[in-house]
Design a protein around this ligand. Sequence first.
Ligand SMILES: *Cc1c(COP(=O)(O)O)cnc(C)c1O
Length: 461
Amino acid sequence: MLTHNKYPTEHYRALDAAHHLHPFSDTRSLNAGGVRVIVKGEGVWLTDSDGNRILDGMSGLWCVNIGHGRREIAEAVQQQMAEISYYNTFFKTTHPPAVELAALIAEVTPEGFNRVFFCGSGSEANDTILRMARTYWATLGKPSKQVIIARRNAYHGSTVAGASLGGMAPMHAQGGLPIPGIRHIGQPYWFDHGGDLSPAEFGLKAARELEAAIDEIGEDKVAAFIAEPIQGAGGVIIPPDTYWPEVARICRERDILFVSDEVICGFGRLGSWFGAEHFGMKPDLMPVAKGLSSGYLPIGGVLVSDKVAGVIEDTGEFNHGFTYSAHPVCAAAAIANLKVLREEKLVERVRDDIGPYLRERWMKLADHPLVGEARMTGLMGALELVPAKPSHRRFAGDGSIGLRCREHSFRNGLVMRHVHDTMVIAPPFVLSHEEADELIRLATLTLDMTHADLKRDGLMG
Ligand SMILES: *Cc1c(COP(=O)(O)O)cnc(C)c1O
């Protein structure tokens, strides 16, 4: 039997290369370079199999919000496993973790949200959204309202519905996506698409693409608009201040559902329990996952407003569900996670303490010769790498500058992710001030090293 971390790195690399196909990876080039083996996590720190300590600036994959290695979660999970490790919620049955978690979620959700449909991931949550939104309108006697409007460069998961709702062209290029009945509009990405418009003007313009799409398709054919409060995987795209109020106006005036994809922003990432609250939005449905359990075990759900839940009650049987809907052990992990968030006031900490503290320092990175824009809301931040300032001009090519920067970052002991030539971070909420200072120091060192490379290669200017 394999036991953890008993072998040299090469052992894991060789077996990984032989047997493990990684998500979103070029298998051949990954195996040629060799994977990094992570063996331990504590707070904001990771340790790899060579003993390097790395500051996890991405909270794993936008999810480990309460930090790694929390005993509270391990103990809750162990206890639940010993009680009832699995039972379904299909056959007129439930179990205490499902009930307690559903009730606890209702306590932290905005007014008018009292129901949750459980599933295993953010992707499954968005598959549920597609079916629930269409079923909602069919039940109301408007079965023609089927089209879901989404945005280019959005991320809503990797199942067929999730990837179709998402606006990632490379994902659509494989497997014949998107499925019919989905329309993509532009994203509120001022740095890339703003042109000569001010952010305020551009925000209105981007929002009005929604209105134009509804008019073109016909309001009688549109079921819903889905969007992330801040696009995560797309590159931490923080819309101009004018964007969400204008979307809110359009959703008020048109009879469509608004779906706020809270898989990243939900449960505190922006310093409010939900991203929609941060932006003053009133959604009808909220898919959640990642932050629900801080990634300790896989669990997701759709938070359903009373307005939608009432109609779904009229539907009769909703023919949808998963073996692992409300899995008791995953639910126990989520309950323990929500208790930690509450008892340690971590959402407030993001809003009032570590969020502003890190932001003040992060925004100063905009002074670096390689950085065209720095932005941060809550604990989600981005840096746009540019060849010359002040300018919105990008480096030529395919985002390989961001990749070079990420490689430096990892070697320096900081996980930053790259999205093309945008560097992004989303650190755990438990990041201390000293660790935030260290994050900034490592990010600065990384920018300096990347900049030196690019100057040497004649790519700056
Ligand atoms: C990660 C993510 C998803 C998909 O969640 P999975 O658990 O990976 O299926 C959906 N929406 C958003 C906004 C995400 O960031």
